[in-house]
Ligand binder design. Structure first.
Ligand SMILES: [Zn+2]
Ligand SMILES: [Zn+2]
Length: 758
């Protein structure tokens, strides 16, 4: 082709291409192909003009996708011809700002890379032991971005002026910090301080001071990437107990940070997939089976067979972990049910009395982000809480959102979602919308997302439940079209969206509670659903929930409701009734009279009843605790399963009372909790599979989507999936989007778009 002369092209690259070293990469690529021109960021992504021989331009364009840097996610490359202008060299030009960003993406925070870690440990390097080292392949992103396009002045690093040495690295196309926006060093960047409980600076090296406090059994607040954490040494039982007491008797399991993968391996059994997740750039907490001899205090994760483990993800966490050389507990810096603290003044105030000392720094956190939490299911990631390291990466869907959508999510474990084009941005974990602080965090988060993704919502989706604060927020928006989406339909739609499947499918949505289309509380649902609508094809038998919210906190009330339904006044002698003999008759009367006892078909409440009957848990400290502990008790060697009838009809009903009755009979006969738990899980799974088969025969549908928080239970999930596969169904399960209420906003968004006919 030589001799035809140079050509010039104008290229647009869209996707996750800002803050991931994309412009330097383009410069390098241009150099390699001898292409001249320029590259820059704009609110839509990256713009390029390139001039060269046609064949090299083709190779250059192909390389934009094929050779992109590790953190980049190229979604679209479009090319149009331009007039050749000649010239030589290739450079980065100033970012172009615009009113309506459309297409630019902010990347998630990424764990410290190997090259930065080497510098951190190298006494000859100018970033030796510098807690804020980062480069184009790693470091803070989402949590420090204040606007778009992604440039230093649109991050909280704008507070720090680069020194000459950093500026040289930043401007040198051959340097791995070329245009790394958070680039900094001890001479010019953020610095670390240790503060005592009184807020006054402590003398000495801050990491050394904090390590000393931890070794002395104290509780230390540590400012990380997405907020403040509280730390104690994991093996120190007294310190762990102190932390629990100060976090207002928090009963959730704590996560543990291990210095490296080998140390993590002394805490939990790591299958290869779990180790990959643990060491990957997202750096989530990975739930894995705990080793019997794990060097952690029992109070770290009481009643759990698994332990949540993570590796250091910032230089600061690395320095502390290497100094301590033992695992430490790292849990969100908040009191029970509050959002994670991330603004310095507020954190110091809220954590006063909780922490004995603070390890802080002066880089502002713009957006809070809790640690993400994942399990492994069949060698794949199963995200339980999607937050730091994941948000705000887009969930690509093969459909277009006709108009920009805001989906407000559910009440508990809230996330929201903004969507435009063919991308949905699921927010970081917000929390339970039950306090002023969480609601404020939600509202600020929505504004932040709309700003950084340039979305002005025209359609706002919300749950059917009128009392969810997310629903109230949606109804308060001006100049938008509201679309209400039923809770379990949203669950199934989120699973469909993750798989790019439009339905119809048979959806099995098992969770705690969600308002049903008939005004009762659903939670054990078989829906025939697509993105537009659904039909309730079947459900678990419904029972009264005596005392409403009180029954959620006190699983034994669900046992009372079920046992009364089954046995009436002829209740056999059961320990659970004995333990609550004083309140039992009143609770039964309440259930019978239907007084403050809404009917529910919830699978979560069914697990509660069986957990109480099996003597596993009568009263909970956090949502889902009884079910999680019942799962942890399952005896893997048990092959029995409780039978449950199917009551044919429209909708079909799974006689869940059969499972409860059989469990009670076993418990009365002295069968241990592990076998009861196993027989219950296996019986419920078998009943679900049979119910799906009946719905499949009636509809001809052969694809099943499983969603809802109950499917975080991998024992149940495995039993249901393998049962359905034996019946030759295609089964869709969650992976990158949580099956629980943290995934609901995505489902609301796609259902709203499917119903947006304007
Ligand atoms: Zn790095
Ligand atoms: Zn510097």
């Amino acid at each position: 082709m030589s001799g035809t002369g140079a050509r010039r092209i104008r290229v647009r690259v869209e996707g996750l291409v800002q803050g991931v070293g994309f412009r330097p990469f383009v410069c390098g690529l241009a150099g390699a192909y001898g292409v001249s021109g320029f590259v820059g960021n704009d609110p839509g992504g990256v713009f390029i003009e390139a001039e060269g021989e046609p064949s090299t331009l083709d190779a250059f364009t192909a390389g934009l996708t094929g050779q992109a840097p590790p953190l980049a996610l190229v979604e679209r490359v479009s090319v149009e011809p331009a007039e050749p202008v000649g010239g030589s060299g290739f450079r980065i030009v100033a970012s172009r700002r615009g009113e309506q960003p459309d297409g630019a993406l902010v990347s998630p925070d990424a764990g410290t890379c190997a090259a930065c870690l080497r510098e951190l440990r190298d006494p000859g390097d100018r970033r030796h032991r510098y807690p804020f080292a980062n480069c184009t392949d790693c470091g803070p992103r989402f949590t420090i971005v204040t606007g778009v396009p992604y440039d230093r002045c649109a991050t909280t690093m704008t507070d720090f002026e680069m020194c000459a040495a950093c500026a040289r690295e930043y401007g040198d196309p051959g340097d791995r910090r070329f245009h790394a926006q958070p680039v900094c060093c001890p001479a010019c960047g953020p610095s670390l301080r240790a503060l005592g409980a009184d807020g006054l600076p402590a003398a000495g090296d801050p990491v050394e001071v904090a390590a000393g406090w931890l070794e002395a059994g104290r509780v230390v607040a540590i400012k990380g990437l997405g907020g403040y954490h509280l730390a104690v040494l994991a093996a120190d039982g007294a310190a762990v107990a102190l932390l629990r007491a100060r976090k207002r008797r928090e009963s959730r399991p704590f996560a543990v940070l291990a210095p490296d993968a080998a140390a993590a391996g002394t805490l939990v059994h790591l299958e290869p997939a779990a180790e990959r997740l643990l060491t990957g750039t997202s750096r989530p907490i990975v739930l894995a089976p705990r080793r019997r001899d794990a060097p952690v205090a029992g109070a770290v994760a009481p009643g759990a067979r698994e332990l949540g483990v993570m590796l250091p993800y910032t230089p600061l966490h690395h320095l502390l972990a290497e100094r301590l050389a033992v695992p430490y507990v790292l849990t969100s810096g908040n009191l029970t049910d509050e959002p994670i603290a991330y603004r310095d003044e507020e954190a110091l105030r809220r954590l006063a009395g909780v922490a004995d000392g603070f390890l802080v720094h002066d880089r502002r956190i713009e957006a809070p982000a809790d640690d993400s939490l994942v399990r492994v299911f069949r060698g794949r990631e199963l995200v339980v809480r999607r937050s730091r390291g994941y948000a705000p990466a887009p969930v690509g869907v093969p459909w277009r959102f006709p108009r920009p959508v805001l989906a407000c999510g559910a009440q508990l474990k809230n996330t929201f979602c903004v969507a435009r084009g063919n991308q949905a941005f699921l927010s970081q974990h917000i929390g339970d919308l039950e306090s002023y602080e969480t609601l404020r965090s939600f509202a600020e988060g929505v504004e932040h997302f709309c700003r950084i993704f340039g979305v002005r919502p025209a359609v706002v989706a919300h749950d059917l439940h009128p009392e969810y604060l997310s629903t109230a927020y949606a109804r308060d928006r001006e100049d938008v079209d509201l679309i209400a989406v039923q809770h379990h339909h949203a669950h199934i739609a989120s699973c469909l969206a993750e798989h790019g499947h439009g339905g119809p499918v048979i959806g099995v949505a098992f969770d705690g509670l969600g308002l049903g289309a008939d005004g009762t509380l659903w939670g054990g649902e078989l829906l025939v659903a697509d993105l537009v609508s659904f039909r309730r094809a079947g459900h678990l038998e419904a029972v009264p929930m005596p005392g409403g919210a009180a029954a959620v906190r006190q699983p034994w009330r669900m046992a009372a409701a079920w046992l009364d339904r089954i046995h009436g006044d002829a209740l056999p002698g059961l320990a659970v009734a004995g333990r609550h003999r004083e309140q039992w008759p009143a609770v039964v009367r309440m259930a019978r009279a239907g007084l403050n006892s809404p009917l529910t078909s919830s699978a979560g409440r069914l697990f509660d009843a069986v957990a109480a009957i099996a003597g596993v848990r009568d009263v909970i400290g956090y949502e889902g605790q009884a079910a999680a502990e019942l799962e942890a008790r399952v005896d893997p060697g048990e092959r029995g399963a409780y039978p449950a009838r199917l009551i044919e009809g429209e909708p079909l009903v799974i006689a869940a009372g059969d499972l409860v009755g059989a469990a009670a009979e076993d418990v009365a006969a002295g069968v241990d909790a592990g076998r009861v738990a196993a027989r219950f899980h296996r019986g419920l799974a078998a009943a679900v599979v049979r119910a799906v088969r009946v719905v499949g025969e009636g509809t001809g549908l052969r694809t099943v989507a499983l969603s809802g928080g109950v499917f975080q239970n991998t024992v149940l999930l495995e039993a249901v999936v393998s049962g359905l596969e034996r019946e030759r169904f295609r089964v869709l399960v969650h992976s990158r989007v949580p099956p629980g209420d943290g995934g609901i906003a995505l489902g609301q968004a796609v259902v709203a778009a499917a119903n947006d006919r304007r």
